[in-house]
Design a protein around this ligand. Structure first.
Ligand SMILES: *[C@@H]1O[C@H](CO)[C@@H](O)[C@H](O)[C@H]1NC(C)=O
Ligand SMILES: *[C@@H]1O[C@H](CO)[C@@H](O)[C@H](O)[C@H]1NC(C)=O
Ligand SMILES: *[C@@H]1O[C@H](CO)[C@@H](O)[C@H](O)[C@H]1NC(C)=O
Ligand SMILES: *[C@@H]1O[C@H](CO)[C@@H](O)[C@H](O)[C@H]1NC(C)=O
Ligand SMILES: *[C@@H]1O[C@H](CO)[C@@H](O)[C@H](O)[C@H]1NC(C)=O
Ligand SMILES: *[C@@H]1O[C@H](CO)[C@@H](O)[C@H](O)[C@H]1NC(C)=O
Ligand SMILES: *[C@@H]1O[C@H](CO)[C@@H](O)[C@H](O)[C@H]1NC(C)=O
Length: 481
């Protein structure tokens, strides 16, 4: 049977006899502990590692002669920390004494520089003048000062929907663990991936939204410590690939570009990292390896299917998109308007041409129908105009196709015909009726009734009659004036 009252004191001879007496008395008078009137309180209540703590005793009767303090839950000799005789004050250490404990005259126990291992139960045993003992239990919980946990990932570069997040919050501490994502508490959805002890986070088939900085934190009532962040990268995509451009007319996957127009096709998608781009034109590899493909100076031979392939080297996924680039059919928006609209004898008039072809190569003006003897003038590819057989010396051509007729006389009234030819060899013929009024008269000029309501001032007579070659011959094989 363990001795309830310690006399362990090999060095202090002076108090030997006295203690032997006490021991005997205690053995005789030992009674089971009554419901304690005593209570023991740790001050501070939640001590941190390194603090000085007092196990404060309250409710002690006044007739005490000695105290014993034990560590643990039972009164055994090996657990004795200190024996204390009140008068004269005398303290005797026991086997459980660490050098950091001291008993106060009021029975309280001071513990200096506590460590987490000091946590546990403490028992105070008292002896009164009648050699009766009493005991009280105290409890001490020393919180450690936490050092940062180490966050370990078994992979930080993950592929969406394929890889798993696997994070371990490594800490020797028993403190609670909580998690942070981009500095905020971990979203609830991700918290579902935590093990019951919160030490391991697992998320299968990672999503792109889960990319970011993860941290874990250990905490107890006296300290908090957070790990360094671990950045997770989630590779994804390419998502749906599309080709966009801004400079030409587009319906669905068909882009219509005007002759000589420049356009930039841009391949768009979402992907991490940026994908590698390859382009093809009518099935042939194109040189562009960026997201852009430039088409400058649109011509017939640049018509066709342009395909962009975006490949993500990390996910090994790819996607593609195609557009059909066509040259816009030159819409016959060409009109001729006399300026002024009511020309009078002796004044000038301009037969002003709007909407002439952008890819104009040459044109010719005729008085009457488009036949060589009626040719007033023609403009050559050089930009200079030359007079034709019907030239009166009062007509001039402009680069914009317009015709100036100076010093009108009444016989200038009649039909005028414009013929244009484009670089593509497309010809167009349009005429206008000119009405010259007498100098003083206010007679309205009249124009031949339009055959096509879209073209109030002129009408297309023929849209593809001669070939380019024929027309060039028609225009050029005439003697300049
Ligand atoms: C604990 O007590 C010792 C000696 O009494 C003193 O030197 C030390 O500063 C105290 N520590 C704290 C944390 O108060
Ligand atoms: C991470 O660890 C888990 C479980 O051990 C394993 O299934 C997974 O393949 C590992 N991931 C990587 C990228 O190593
Ligand atoms: C994680 O990402 C943040 C911001 O993107 C950056 O400042 C930090 O250096 C990164 N940390 C590591 C370990 O790569
Ligand atoms: C084509 O466009 C370029 C630049 O816009 C211009 O310099 C050139 O004259 C144009 N060519 C034709 C035939 O219109
Ligand atoms: C394509 O055009 C864009 C602007 O439209 C320009 O920034 C880019 O440098 C061009 N790329 C090439 C290869 O000419
Ligand atoms: C054509 O050019 C002439 C001379 O530069 C100008 O007077 C006329 O207004 C122009 N016509 C149009 C429709 O641009
Ligand atoms: C009108 O001009 C034409 C050509 O210049 C000329 O032959 C004719 O005589 C002129 N008519 C009048 C009435 O001036």
């Amino acid at each position: 049977m363990a001795l309830p009252w310690s006399s362990w004191d090999p060095h202090q001879r002076g108090s030997w006899a006295w203690k032997g007496l006490l021991l005997t008395a205690l053995l005789i008078t030992w009674i089971p502990p009554a419901p304690a009137l005593l209570n023991i309180l740790a001050i501070p209540e939640k001590p941190a590692q390194g603090d000085n703590v007092t196990l404060l005793v309250r409710g002690l009767p006044g007739d005490l002669v000695a105290y014993n303090w034990y560590r643990g839950t039972d009164l055994s000799q090996g657990h004795l920390i200190l024996s204390y005789i009140i008068s004269p004050a005398d303290e005797t250490p026991g086997p459980a004494y660490t050098g950091r404990e001291a008993v106060r005259p009021d029975g309280s126990l001071d513990l200096r520089d506590v460590v987490p291992e000091d946590s546990g139960s403490y028992i105070l045993q008292t002896l009164n003048q009648q050699f009766q003992t009493d005991i009280a239990y105290g409890h001490l919980l020393v919180y450690e000062i936490l050092s940062p946990p180490l966050l370990l990932a078994n992979g930080t570069k993950l592929v969406e929907r394929r890889d798993s997040i696997h994070l371990l919050c490594s800490t020797p501490s028993t403190g609670d663990v909580r998690w942070f994502f981009n500095g905020e508490p971990l979203p609830i959805s991700s918290r579902l991936g935590l093990t019951p002890d919160n030490r391991v986070l697992v998320r299968h088939n990672v999503r792109r939204e889960e990319a970011g900085a993860y941290q874990c934190e250990v905490w107890n009532p006296v300290s908090i410590s957070r790990s360094d962040p671990v950045n997770l990268t989630v590779y994804y995509g390419p998502d749906r690939v599309a080709i966009v451009q801004e400079s030409a007319f587009q319906t669905g996957c068909t882009v219509e570009a005007e002759f000589n127009a420049s356009l930039t096709l841009c391949c768009v998608t979402r992907s991490c990292p940026d994908p590698e781009y390859t382009w093809s034109f009518n099935g042939q590899t194109h040189e562009s390896t960026t997201r852009y493909l430039n088409i400058s100076g649109m011509t017939k031979d640049k018509e066709g299917t342009y395909t962009c392939i975006a490949k993500n080297p990390m996910t090994e996924l790819s996607g593609s998109a195609s557009v059909l680039v066509k040259m816009s059919v030159a819409t016959s928006a060409m009109t001729i308007v006399p300026v002024p609209t009511k020309p009078t004898e002796g004044r000038d008039v301009i037969l002003s041409v709007q909407g002439y072809p952008k890819d104009l190569l040459v044109y010719a003006w005729y008085r009457g129908t488009a036949s060589e003897p009626n040719r007033l003038l023609s403009q050559l590819p050089s930009g200079n105009w030359i007079a034709g057989p019907a030239h009166t010396g009062r007509e001039m051509g402009f680069a914009n196709c317009s015709l100036l007729i100076q010093k009108l006389n009444l016989t200038d009234t009649g039909r005028y015909t414009l013929k244009t030819v484009t670089l593509q060899g497309k010809t167009e013929t349009l005429d206008v009726q000119l009405q010259v009024s007498k100098g003083s008269s206010l007679t309205m000029g009249t124009v031949s009734p339009p055959s096509d309501r879209r073209l109030p001032w002129g009408r297309i007579l023929s849209a593809s009659a001669p070939t380019k070659q024929e027309f060039l011959e028609d225009l050029c094989y005439v003697s300049p004036i």
